[in-house]
Ligand binder design. Structure first.
Ligand SMILES: [Fe+2]
Ligand SMILES: [Fe+2]
Length: 201
């Protein structure tokens, strides 16, 4: 169904090195399993970016860094929240939220990536947001539908992401919320804000 888009050669100076150098930097941070996931997210993000006219280099970088901080310790994240004076409410949550929202600070400082659209796409990749750029939607969806994912409806939502990107964002958000409710876990209010922002009813 999907013909893979070729990865771009970096020319825009968003990251100081090549795509290969960025891949190496990411690889040092995560397990092999997660690294493979990240490469599949990049491929799906490129495919979606081509379809939706998002800059390929930007999409590649955002996808490659999205889980850069996923394996950092809670102590690391709490230190960044304090140091950068981020919203203290963040401390109530965990890795699920921190690896995006707080992780973006680590990508900024450690990888020297200062592009706000990329950092916002990383911040929003787990919970979404009421307003998301096309880039942010592409990363949010690519993380969910990369070719290693397998869950009921995955084929349907993969197709939807190429037909109506916004509708696929709504689909993911609704299903995530249903999953969280079924588990009877706490729900980050931002997830509900995302749901309301993308609900069409
Ligand atoms: Fe993630
Ligand atoms: Fe991910």
């Amino acid at each position: 169904m999907i013909k893979d888009v070729e990865a771009p050669i970096y020319t825009e100076g968003i990251f100081s090195g090549s795509r290969e150098a960025l891949i190496e930097a990411v690889k040092t941070q995560v397990s092999n399993k997660r690294f493979e996931h990240i490469l599949r997210v990049e491929q799906m993000a490129l495919n979606l970016a081509e379809k939706w006219d998002v800059d390929l280099e930007t999409a590649s970088i955002a996808a490659l860094v999205h889980d850069y901080a996923k394996e950092r310790s809670d102590a690391d994240f709490l230190a960044v929240i304090a140091e950068k004076k981020l919203d203290p409410d963040l401390k109530q949550w965990g890795n699920y939220l921190w690896h995006g929202v707080v992780g973006a600070e680590l990508v900024h400082d450690e990888l020297g990536i200062h592009n706000q659209d990329i950092l916002d796409a990383m911040r929003q990749h787990t919970t979404g947001a009421a307003y998301m750029t096309q880039l942010s939607q592409v990363v949010y969806m690519a993380d969910y539908i990369e070719m290693g994912r397998d869950f009921p409806g995955v084929a349907e939502v993969r197709q939807l992401a190429f037909e109506d990107l916004g509708a696929s964002v709504g689909w993911q958000t609704t299903h995530t919320l249903q999953y969280l409710l079924a588990k009877q876990g706490r729900i980050y209010p931002g997830t509900i804000t995302t749901y309301n922002g993308w609900s069409t009813k």
